[in-house]
Design a protein around this ligand. Structure first.
Ligand code: AMP
Length: 185
């Protein structure tokens, strides 16, 4: 269940650092090189599948847009549903929205109001949901997404990230347990 140091290296080495993107001072963690590396991608997805097999999850919720890739594959592997948490204005049905602050200004994420149905409870109350994204930085996006899951009556049992920028302490703002595959200091 725990990754060996060799497996961690395979995943870490497949991620490309792009300095000063999208603006000066940011080191952008580019996962396109992880996605195009079958050995690294498979190592990651096998690890996540093994970790979450025993959680008896009802759904995976993925954050727009890179969380969709890992989340949808994991949901399919676990035989459960996938729910997108989208940026404002993209979901067609009735939504619940949550604003969060960026360095300058605000952004907003949304979820469909009827996104979750619990297996034992058709009104969706208490559906067990894993939240997933590629990276947690300040944690603002994930906190808003976790709040949305709770606000529509489900339960965010864990928030999972491929990478965590530990020095930003984003995990501290999230009420659910946080798991990150790679910690970056
Ligand atoms: P935050 O809300 O600050 O935790 O930011 C997390 C979101 O922004 C995630 O959806 C990430 O994909 C993206 N993000 C933030 N910082 C980076 C980074 N250095 N490299 C790649 N993606 C990032």
């Amino acid at each position: 269940m725990t990754l060996t140091s060799e497996e961690k290296e395979i995943i870490l080495n497949s991620i490309r650092d792009i300095p000063d993107f999208p603006k000066p001072g940011i080191i952008f963690k580019d996962i396109s090189t992880l996605l195009s590396n079958p050995a690294a991608f498979n190592t990651l997805m096998d690890h996540l599948t093994n970790r979450y097999l025993g959680y008896e999850l009802d759904y995976i919720a993925g954050i727009d847009a890179r969380g969709f890739i890992f989340g949808a594959i994991l949901a399919d592997r676990l035989g459960i549903g996938f729910v997108p948490v989208r940026k404002k204005g993209k979901l067609p049905y009735t939504t619940v929205a949550e604003k969060y602050s960026l360095e300058y200004g605000f952004d907003e994420v949304e979820i469909h109001i009827d996104a979750f149905v619990a297996k034992d409870n058709p009104d969706g109350k208490g559906a067990k949901v894993l939240l997933i994204d590629d990276l947690i930085a300040t944690g603002g996006t994930a906190k808003a997404a976790a709040n949305l899951i709770d606000r529509v009556g489900a339960h965010c049992v864990e928030a999972c990230f491929v990478m965590e920028l530990g020095f930003l302490k984003g995990r501290e703002g999230i009420s659910a347990p946080v798991y990150s595959v790679l910690q970056i200091d």
